[in-house]
Design a protein around this ligand. Structure first.
Ligand code: DCM
Length: 132
């Protein structure tokens, strides 16, 4: 039996903008932009993993709000799920796995080179931001 592992990523909102993070590793993903997140650890729910990953990678406290419907395939054995999240505390810094961060207004989300698998969720997140 094969178990599919979940990677959870956050569409982090603050003051009407969406947080984008540029990967610094691995080489095949470096330079591409993503919604920050990571793999669930055993026993963790997706929102719990997201809170932990955003703390570790960016030094922020965030509150998961809603799941964005859908699930996107990654490398074999992994799928991506995305949650919207609200920034509660801290200024994001690229502590691990990223080398640049940007807060994008919804009309500017197309300005960065998103990983393909993140694009549907980014489009939905931008639509939610535009709707207010
Ligand atoms: N990943 C992705 N999109 C995201 C977050 C992660 O495609 N928004 C992928 C990149 C890695 C895997 O998930 O292949 C695990 O991510 P990490 O290395 O950040 O734990």
């Amino acid at each position: 039996m094969t178990t599919v592992r979940v990677v959870v990523a956050g569409a982090v909102f603050h003051e009407g903008r969406l947080l984008a993070a540029r990967r610094s590793a691995p080489p095949e993903l470096a330079g591409r932009w993503e919604l920050p997140g990571g793999k669930l650890e055993p026993g963790e729910s997706a929102p719990e993993a997201l809170v932990r990953e955003l703390r570790e990678e960016l030094g922020i406290e965030a509150e998961p709000v809603d799941r964005i419907a859908g699930e996107w395939p990654l490398k074999p054995g992994y799928v991506l799920q995305v949650w919207t999240a609200r920034l509660l505390e801290g200024e994001p810094r690229p502590l691990e796995d990223h080398d640049e961060l940007r807060w994008l207004a919804p009309e500017n989300v197309g300005e960065v080179d998103w990983l393909e698998q993140d694009r549907p969720a980014v489009a939905e997140a931008a639509a939610r931001l535009r709707a207010g």
